[in-house]
Ligand binder design. Structure first.
Ligand code: ADP
Length: 597
């Protein structure tokens, strides 16, 4: 009898003092009794006994789960629900694990249920903390290593892999001495001794060995790993890569010095336009000191009539678009305006979000002045060409007329001289005419008389006398007959003559010259191909410029006006001209004219 009494009281003590919550309910799911731990866990009161249903402690969506459990228990089974959720009587949910057991009477009938409930909240928090710590350890740039007291590595993160070159798989279980240069072994021993004596070690700079045997300078922090009882069970070592830090610092210093010493204004601003940095160049160009403008809106240097520009700039920056060499005007502190060339780029944070803009502004006052001077000089040159060509043309016209008269009267033995004079006279004519054309193009006064004409016929007329005068060249003509185009016949003749005389001028005697003229429904194509000197690739882009003669010692090169005039004529017909050329192999000039009128 005595034993039963002890048993009863023992069970009572266990029930009262158990860390887990114990709740008993009958088959109608009414709470019959609970222990103090359950009272604390669920905020239950004595008044809940026989007054509250167990459902009160179960989220609504889990009521079915509870019914199923009771079904199983009626069959006499125990049920373990490892991870589920319960509610306190105030309605706060928390994770739990529950062991359900049936309560049977002396007839072995199930008359109730006993639930032993463990609060998993603490475990969840621990897991969460562990997860965070693992993520930090894995993503940090520093090496985080732990080692046993005997000196074997038992933890190795990605940072360690990066700094030392060993993978986790290669190094786990290996002695830490693998990473220590021989002259530093004693240092490590001293540190460990100190740590075992409970001393705290300040971080210090030292060197360690990488997998390939290089010594890396590192910043080292060593500390003890303790168990719950406070006993040291291992050592953790954190190593930061000093050379990278030094490198980053050096890079930053170099950049800072470039920004400081730049003649250009280098300014940064927030996405809302507030100035966040202002270098010496900006001080010089705009006249404001750094401390006067930091935090102010960039509009202090924008002329009121150009405020729209800033709106556009901000819009582009927000869209991640850079604005390159944008010429505009800004205001100095003293109110003077200054012409600048502006490049504005978005500034992004590490996650790629646009957080502001950087502006580089170059003072282009001197460029603008030079540009203005060039314009004045260029205008004077144009005026001179116009005047000179006009003045040359008048005497030349009468010279032409007198020469024609003289040609008929000159004695037979002098005819040879006469021919030479006329040839030189023709050359002079071409030069003066070209100059005259240039001045007309420049002043926009070159007139065109558009009419329909047979270009095949024209080509024939141009080519025949050229062939006769250049018998040494081997001309090949591939042409459709009766091609009608609309254009200025005289100007088209001039363009074709220019290309043909260039082919002759820039290829050696006896070489072949191929002329092709063809038409499709909406395009006429003409090409002249020679097998002459050719043009270097980097000169090809300039040959259509006025006065460009390239290599001036090249034989026969003239004033460099022919191709400029030719291109102008073709363009005024809505066409296009280009060159395909290879040095020492020859050139092919091609132009196309639209015929869909
Ligand atoms: P010009 O012949 O009077 O110098 P152009 O404007 O006709 O002027 O030509 C400009 C330059 O282009 C020439 O000086 C020459 O260097 C080059 N060029 C033109 N046509 C040819 C060609 N068929 N082959 C090689 N170079 C050429």
């Amino acid at each position: 009898m005595k034993n039963t009494e002890i048993e009863y009281y023992a069970q009572k003590v266990m029930f009262e003092n158990a860390e887990d919550a114990i709740i008993v309910n009958d088959l109608s799911n009414t709470i019959v009794c609970f222990n103090p731990a359950a009272g604390r866990m669920f905020s239950l009161r004595n008044s809940d006994v026989y007054n509250s249903q167990i459902y009160k402690l179960i989220p609504a969506e889990l009521h079915k789960e509870q019914d199923a459990v009771v079904e199983d228990l009626l069959g006499g089974k125990s049920v373990l629900h490892s991870k589920t959720t319960r509610l306190t009587s105030e309605g706060h949910s928390f994770p739990v694990s529950i062991l359900f057991r049936p309560i049977k009477n002396s007839y072995n009938e199930v008359i109730g249920v006993i639930q032993i409930i463990t609060d998993d909240e603490a475990e969840r928090i621990l897991e969460e903390k562990l997860g965070i710590l693992t993520a930090i350890t894995e993503n940090i740039e520093d090496a985080i290593i732990s080692r046993t007291l005997e000196g074997y590595i038992n933890n190795w993160n990605k940072g360690a892999e990066k700094i030392f070159g060993y993978t986790e798989k290669e190094i786990l279980g290996k002695p830490i001495s693998l990473l220590i240069p021989s002259d530093k072994l004693e240092e490590e021993e001293n540190i460990i001794d100190n740590i075992l004596q409970g001393k705290k070690i300040e971080s210090f700079e030292t060197t360690r060995l990488t997998k390939v045997g290089d010594q890396v300078p590192i910043f080292f922090t060593v500390s003890a790993i303790k168990n719950k009882a406070g006993e040291i069970i291992g050592i953790s070592e954190i190593a930061s890569n000093v050379s990278k830090k030094k490198n980053d610092q050096e890079k930053k210093a170099i950049l800072a010095s470039i920004v400081e010493n730049s003649q250009d204004a280098i300014i940064s601003k927030t996405i809302d336009g507030l100035i966040t940095s202002w270098n010496k160049g900006a001080e010089k160009i705009f006249g404001y000191k750094e401390q006067e403008v930091i935090g102010k809106h960039i509009s202090i240097i924008i002329p009121p009539e150009r405020m729209d520009e800033e709106t556009l700039i901000i819009k582009n920056i927000r869209a991640g678009i850079k604005m390159d060499h944008f010429q505009t005007i800004r205001l100095k502190k003293n109110g003077d305006s200054v012409p600048i060339s502006l490049t504005v780029s978005p500034v992004k944070d590490d996650n790629g979000n646009i957080i502001g803009a950087s502006k580089v502004a170059r003072d282009i006052t001197s460029e603008k002045e030079a540009e203005a001077l060039i314009n004045v000089l260029s205008k004077r040159k144009d005026e001179f060409i116009a005047l000179a060509s006009h003045e040359l043309k008048t005497p030349l016209t009468s010279l032409n007329a007198y020469l024609q008269l003289l040609e008929k009267r000159v004695a037979q033995e002098d005819k040879i001289f006469m021919k030479k004079i006329i040839k030189q006279q023709e050359k002079l004519n071409t030069l003066v005419n070209d100059l005259f054309d240039i001045s007309k193009i420049q002043s926009g006064k070159m007139e065109f008389n558009f009419e329909k004409f047979d270009i095949s016929q024209l080509l024939f007329e141009v080519l025949e006398p050229l062939k006769e005068a250049n018998l040494d060249y081997d001309f090949h003509l591939d042409m459709q007959k009766g091609i009608i185009i609309k254009g200025d016949k005289i100007r088209i003749e001039q363009a074709i003559t220019n290309l043909l005389t260039n082919a002759i001028k820039y290829s050696p005697l006896g070489s072949r010259i191929e002329i092709v003229a063809a038409t499709t429904a909406n395009q006429f194509t003409f090409s002249v191909k020679d097998y002459g000197f050719g043009i270097e690739p980097d000169r090809q882009q300039f040959i259509f410029n006025q006065f460009y003669t390239g290599d001036s010692i090249r034989k026969n090169s003239g004033l460099g006006l022919g191709l400029f005039i030719t291109e102008n004529i073709i363009k005024r017909h809505g066409g296009k001209i280009w060159v395909e050329s290879e040095l020492e192999k020859g050139s092919k000039f091609i132009f196309i004219l639209p015929t869909n009128y």
